[in-house]
Design a protein around this ligand. Structure first.
Ligand code: ZN
Length: 268
């Protein structure tokens, strides 16, 4: 799942307090983060320990998630496509689940959004959560949104709308398989044992009640294709374990007003 949003970073520097955990300096606002952000911090530090997460700052936001859009849609609060929960209804999925609302919301890009329900569904199982977070990180690190847009506007130029749509769906399905493969490697490098990404992805399908096949008009491959690809990933991983990489220290900034965790490079 990929959503994009704009947030203000203004509040970060104003009320930051230094603390230390897991060998990292963690700068956070004076407010104690909710439990889900604490779980996220532990997983991100572990993923960062074994992987190169690129040069860019990473930002994470725990949101109300698609269930909020569905509720709003059901109550007639927005107009939109229930299948994709886009249009006006997506607004509700982006709401801060830790806050009672009075004001509006601002949009931007580059932030990884994680539904709060994810933490409950996975019962704070860190290896499984790490797989889902690593999958989303892979989309960001590989600039999949840009790649798709470029492919659509350049490589598919001149094709009919129908052919463009089919080709771009196929392109996105490959991105999903790439992100699954990256996730298995990142989670392995982070030191999580076994094959947690097989059970994590299987769990997502089960929770969604989705046992479907790969469809030509879908952005995601079906259950069997993803499971089989993931099993092959793990066989390859066992045969050729990835080399260790030198990680780069990062610091975290948690902002309660912005409902945001910024994972950025260590300042000296
Ligand atoms: Zn994905």
């Amino acid at each position: 799942m990929r959503r994009r949003i704009i947030v203000s970073f203004a509040a970060f520097t104003a009320a930051a307090l230094a603390a230390t955990a897991s060998g990292y300096s963690i700068w956070r606002s004076l407010s104690e983060p909710p439990a889900e952000y604490k779980t996220l911090e532990v997983i991100l530090n572990k993923l960062n320990d074994g992987n190169k997460l690129g040069k860019a700052n990473l930002a994470f936001m725990i949101t109300a998630g698609p269930a909020a859009s569905e509720l709003a849609w059901g109550r007639g609060l927005c107009r939109g496509n229930l299948e994709t929960l886009y249009d006006q209804c997506v607004f509700f999925s982006l709401l801060n689940p830790f806050k009672t609302y009075k004001n509006g919301w601002a949009y931007s890009n580059g932030t990884i959004l994680l539904p709060r329900s994810l933490f409950r569904k996975f019962n704070n199982n860190n290896p499984h959560l790490a797989c889902i977070i690593a999958h989303e990180l892979s989309h960001e690190l590989r600039s999949h949104a840009f790649e798709l847009n470029y492919y659509y506007n350049h490589n598919l130029k001149g094709l009919s709308e129908k052919d463009k749509e089919a080709a771009s769906m196929k392109f996105q399905r490959q991105h999903e398989l790439d992100a699954d493969r990256d996730a298995s490697i990142m989670v392995f490098r982070a030191g999580f044992k076994g094959r947690p990404c097989i059970s994590a992805i299987s769990e997502v399908f089960r929770l969604n009640g989705d046992g479907g096949n790969t469809e030509a008009d879908s952005t995601h491959p079906g259950f069997n294709e993803r499971m089989n690809a993931m099993k092959l990933n793990y066989i390859k991983l066992k045969k050729n374990p990835p080399s260790q990489v030198r990680s780069v220290k990062r610091v975290m900034y948690y902002s309660k007003p912005d409902n945001l965790l910024l994972f950025t490079h260590k300042k000296n």
